[in-house]
Design a protein around this ligand. Structure first.
Ligand SMILES: [Zn+2]
Length: 79
């Protein structure tokens, strides 16, 4: 089951327990990082460009249901 992507007007909701706020998101992404090393050789990522990103699964933190997610309106969209 594909995970729906939230928009500016919608948010995730667990269809089993109604959780709206806490999820573990497994995301795969392809990024380019600008790595800046200091003189001691310690790396630090200063810029990160996301080339490709997709959500693989979403697990509810309350009831541990996996990918039981629906989109509902955000409160501000219900005016
Ligand atoms: Zn849940």
């Amino acid at each position: 089951m594909a995970v729906p992507t939230p928009t500016d007007e919608t948010r995730w909701r667990c269809t089993l327990c109604g959780n709206l706020t806490r999820f573990d998101v497994t995301r795969s992404s392809k990024v380019v990082e600008y790595v800046h090393l200091d003189l001691a050789g310690a790396p630090k990522v200063e810029e990160r460009e996301v080339l490709d990103e997709s959500i693989e699964s979403v697990r509810c933190r309350w009831c541990n249901a996996v990918d039981q997610i629906e989109l509902v309106d955000r409160p501000s969209a219900q005016v």
